[in-house]
Design a binder for this molecule. Sequence first.
Ligand code: SF4
Length: 366
Amino acid sequence: MREQAFSGDPALTPIGVPLDPERTVSALDRFGAVPMPNLAWTPEVERATAHLYEKVKAIIPPVEWPFHAPYVKAINDLKKQRNAVILAHNYQTPEIYHCVADVVGDSLQLAKLAAQSEADILIQGGVHFMAETAKLLNPDKTVLIPDSRAGCSLAQSITAADIRLLRQRYPGVPVVAYVNTSAEVKAEVDICCTSSNALKVVESLGSDRVIFVPDQYLAKNVQAQTKVKIIAWQGACEVHERFTAEDLLRYRADDPSIQIIAHPECPPEVIAVSDFAGSTAAMIDFVKTKRPKRVLLVTECSMADNVASETTGTEFVRPCNLCPHMKRITLPKILDSLVYLKDVVTIDPALAARARRSVQRMIDLG
Ligand code: SF4
């Protein structure tokens, strides 16, 4: 199989889609123009956002709140005016996750929940492939991403042409794509999967070999649990591949009682020294139900902040790795999205139908 050259350097990361001014103009035609709200820190803003500050005060110091609060109030007011909802991934910063988001979760949860909403506009607090997935499952809604340069090292490691080459090399072998892929890739594969259902999806295909793209580590972690031979692409999440077993063992040596829970995008040797591995949703569920005294979340840093702000009695130890793509989404950019209706996510309808089929096939598995 062709080796995948990936530097992991965010500076080299290709962007999502360039902003097409025509799409923004047509969205503005449809929903109308609104003025940019006043962003002063006033007693009214302080009053209107006090209940939201309560949710994040353990993470955001009081001195910083006057910078966030005017945006929080303006965004929440404008959401109502625009009939918009904000979908925030678990890796978004606390002021987004707790103060302006309407729906929070992993990428698939977000897209599925958005389909139940009556909103006209969905704003994706997350990266580009997530906005595309939201559009696939909500074709009649206007989907916006506040910064279309918010990419993902996994999604960018593979193209539709790569899938066609893999099919030539392994004729008849089914192809599973992690949801962290572009719509073009989803359109070429047989079925999608998430980190929580990857094993189930692989075993559902009734084949003794399966091509699994693009995450080599998720592929290895699935391989450890199945007899199906996995042919893996060599992509990686630039956040999770930085964790090492040695680091985790040092934390364990300092405190043998610490619970280490890891995301399956981490290398297998990291998973091997962890107490639990699961999707972001499963990790959150683990913390909320088991209530460990001390926990180390081996994943993107903001998730620990978000869980910590709503969990008492657990100390969070953070080997902090930030996703530079997730961090492109900020309150000022979300406000710009709402005011100027940008960046509009569009997918060619024929391609979207093929990509949606791969996502729907996974959803139908249950
Ligand atoms: S954390 Fe990793 S998988 Fe998630 S968006 Fe960032 S680079 Fe992609």
